[in-house]
Write a new protein. Sequence first.
Length: 549
Amino acid sequence: MNGATKGAIVGGVFLAMLGGAGYGVYALVGDGDGKDGGKGGETTAAAGKGSGPVTDKEAAQTAKAFFAAWAAGDAHAAAELTNNVQAAQSAVADYRAKAYVSKAVITPGTQTGTTIPFAVAAEITYEGATKPLAYESKLTVVRGLTSGKPLVDWQPSVIHPQLQKDEKLRAGAPAAPPVKAVDRNGEELSAEKYPSLRQVLDQLRQTYGGKLGGKTGAELWIEPAAQDAPKRTLLTLAEGEPSTLKTYLDAKVQAAAEKAVAKYPESSVVAVQTGNGHILAVANNRKDGFNAAMEGRRAPGSTMKVVTAAMLIDRGQAAADRPAECTKEASWGGRSFHNLNNFELPGANFATSFAKSCNTAFIKQIDNVDDDAALAKEAREVFGLGLDNWKTGIRSTDGQVPEAKGAEAAAEYIGQGRITMNPLNVASFTATARSGVFHQPLLVSPELDGRPIAQAARQMKPSVQQQLVRMMKLTATSGTAAQAMSSVGGSDKGAKTGSAEVDGAGSPDSWFTGYSGDVAAAAMVEAGGHGGDAAGPMVATVLNASSSS
């Protein structure tokens, strides 16, 4: 073609393919039947059977053929050029039929090895409403395991970058009407202003949209793989009539939480009011979009010592002023436990060992506890952990403290072993320590749907609560949390640091929890290092915002 532009008229739309460079601009039209050859006038067949690594030339030929078939709406031909024919054929066919893509221009970018990026400029048309949709994605060509042919390594993200395994692109009138979520002061909470709330807002819409009187419009969305997961709206085609949904979130605290997580990848933070469990902020900064702040399951490290200390004091095995030997090493159940950098604190009491996060001082207490289920019982009966019945208003995961023996029990005393928590759980047990009473965390009022709220079996003993507050304050002022909490004003503050070793990870997870006045917050950064290094500043940022909100 000598660099000339060859054109074709298909279905009344001009299609252009730029020759010479091996790639073209491919256009799909919605009123064709998939048999009219809407490929810009030229199709290049994929490379034949071969062996060894896919060459750049093979990748280019395969990608070109795939783009042409996709643009033609030929789902069968496109799918045959992939290593997952069934999934690819369904996705390409649905692109027009169920996502209502009426027009799309696919423009390949510069190839890097066997990976070809591309841009899509599409139009979505549903019941007379048309809106543009632009995005970028990429595909990679691999060698077919049985055929030996170069094939597109099929991933849902080829069709749209936000699609994950078993998810689908759909358009139409959604089942749940839109909602206008507002904070406790009536300020609107939008995903544009508070990006990490997107999944939370989607779940609120799914749960309450049909109960509050709104009317649906038309949208393009991602249909989740899990039946109970919320749809993720990508584009609004026709505005619906939203209902107003009041949450317990605080826009000012949420803004601080968003700012805090933005500094650390794979991070999450939650803030709750200590006197009622109201969730003031929830934020995540994760590549996978997972709401780890409320649904995560990770070992909480030494933040768990808040609960362990409560159990030991509750059972009369420890007291803030009582000696608690902090040696370099302690053994239990055939396993040896150490402190960070093998430090020791000769003559330390329990409060100091807590403030300095001495592992061995806690391990040495096990011999005096004659109940293997003691920690699990304290967590469940006083802190409401492990009840498996929290109903916050959206999906959340309860903390788990399994009963354990031997070395595993010792590991649980310091927040390792089979214990799993998320920042919501940790912020909750910090709030319980501060107030002395468990209040199940709440994102929206239970009066909206009459859902039952979890209750703890018993209230924390006043003497236990007083000693916990004293030890957490010592930690915040002269212990491992002092540096992170130095920016938090006022004398009514406390904290606890945590670092949790994760198998295969180069660095431990960074955990930090603290309170200031009537607000408790907890944060976690995967592979973030020591508790005060990453998670600590995040909690301090959120607590400072809550004190002025």
